[in-house]
Design a protein around this ligand. Sequence first.
Ligand code: ATP
Length: 247
Amino acid sequence: MDNDIAISVNELTKRFGDFTAVDNISFEVRKGEIFGFLGANGAGKTTAMRMLCGLSYPTSGSGTVAGYDITRQPEEIKRHIGYMSQKFSLYEELTVIENLTLFSTIYGMTDKAIREKTAEVFRTLGMEGMRDTLVKEIPVGWKQKLAFSAATMHTPEVVFLDEPTGGVDPATRRKFWETIYRASSEGMTVFVTTHYLDEAEYCDRVSIMVDGRIKALDSPDGLKNEYGAATMDEVFRIVAKGAQRGD
Ligand code: ATP
């Protein structure tokens, strides 16, 4: 296998009865890359992502994530990835430190590693003052960064972010992307779904899914050139035109 590849997907398909949610998709993501996985509602993003995370078995096709086979090694994949869902996956009734400790314990980290990693997270995020604050009491921007840190306490090779900035204002979103850039610059591969086209501009490469298929895939500049568009918003509208699913 090419050592530079973090995710490799080959003709991956998922059918529910006679409905094809993900239709024969193929692509590769390089190590350390920020890969944006775009598509309208119902395009098949979550279904595809669940297969990549070892949470759902493909109907056909194959793939590897962090060097592990998505059909034969789902447990290894779960140990080597991080996952941040739309709901941030934090426990609101627990404090910041309790949340970080809980996730680290689930990932099987030692007490020493947990102490070191939590200290590092507080330092990098500048959250020392919030250590013992209940998560429900911290502002949403902090919650996002904390959720990202919780999902990456075990320093996974690949982190999957499922609409991590849903319902958040543009300034807060922009700040959250600084966290993503930092992780990527340290070598982590970031696979991110989003509905916000401004965020697509921040990705190294972007794929656009329409009705279960990948209709376009390139860097934001490459896509804008290809479709003669000024913005990713325009690219998206051209590519997704005529979609059967979505709003
Ligand atoms: P969103 O942005 O709304 O989350 P998405 O691109 O992630 O959309 P999916 O959630 O993957 O889309 O859904 C793709 C299609 O597959 C939808 O039409 C959905 O109704 C259908 N689907 C998803 N899961 C199932 C299931 N378990 N059984 C039947 N149909 C399903």
